[in-house]
Design a protein around this ligand. Structure first.
Ligand SMILES: [Zn+2]
Length: 202
């Protein structure tokens, strides 16, 4: 766990170079993305988890965090297609239960995490139809999910909208972040996001 701002942590994983987040307030915490394994859940006992999008590497371990609220965009569907996607990467069967979001929003919602303000935003389709950006205003930190990748090119699969990606990143930059945490790779600054190449349509 790396503390990138007071009470704001990232957890880096060698598996898929995944990056998860933990935002703490007074006696409360919120996790950004569940990841693939239950280890993080045992360390963090959040009251809420936010799923940035429904790709398997971001949602599979949600069950391990329960009981907690599971937040996502209203178009975030967690169903058997998540496991179909996982099967392209892993041969062993998935042991566990998929967890659907319990709390959803359309454009923005503000949460109180132990007295700390955390905003969830959806700025339109890009990496998926339902990408969620998590903003911690007092820390100048934005968790961008797979809108941003460091160490590898961002991924545009069949569910991506590359033509809108730059516009979404402009909305992220308009938040004035000091640190942007990608879904994969190390935290970056605003300049990295400004200069990031947008993946071509597939
Ligand atoms: Zn993704």
């Amino acid at each position: 766990m790396i503390e990138i701002a007071p009470g704001v942590f990232v957890r880096r994983h060698t598996e898929l170079d995944l990056t998860l987040g933990l935002i703490t307030g007074s006696g409360d915490s919120l996790v950004v993305d569940a990841g693939l394994d239950p280890v993080f859940a045992r360390a963090a006992r959040p009251s809420r988890i936010v799923l940035t999008h429904n790709h398997f590497d971001h949602v599979l371990a949600t069950e391990a965090f329960l009981p907690c609220e599971v937040w996502a965009h209203e178009d975030c569907v967690v169903d058997g297609r998540v496991l179909d996607e996982r099967a392209k990467y892993y041969d062993d069967p998935f042991e566990g239960t998929l967890v659907a979001p319990t709390h959803t929003f359309r454009e923005s919602v503000t949460l109180d995490v132990g007295g700390r303000r955390v905003d969830l935003h959806h700025f339109g389709p890009a990496h998926t139809s339902h990408d969620v950006v998590v903003h911690v205003p007092d820390a100048g930190v934005v968790f961008a999910g797979d809108l941003v990748e460091e160490g590898a090119e961002p991924q545009a699969g069949p569910d991506a909208t590359p033509s809108n990606w730059r516009a979404v990143l402009d909305r992220v930059l308009a938040l004035g972040p000091r640190v942007v945490v990608p879904g994969h790779g190390n935290p970056v600054d605003a300049r990295f996001v400004r200069e990031m190449a947008i993946p071509a349509a597939t």
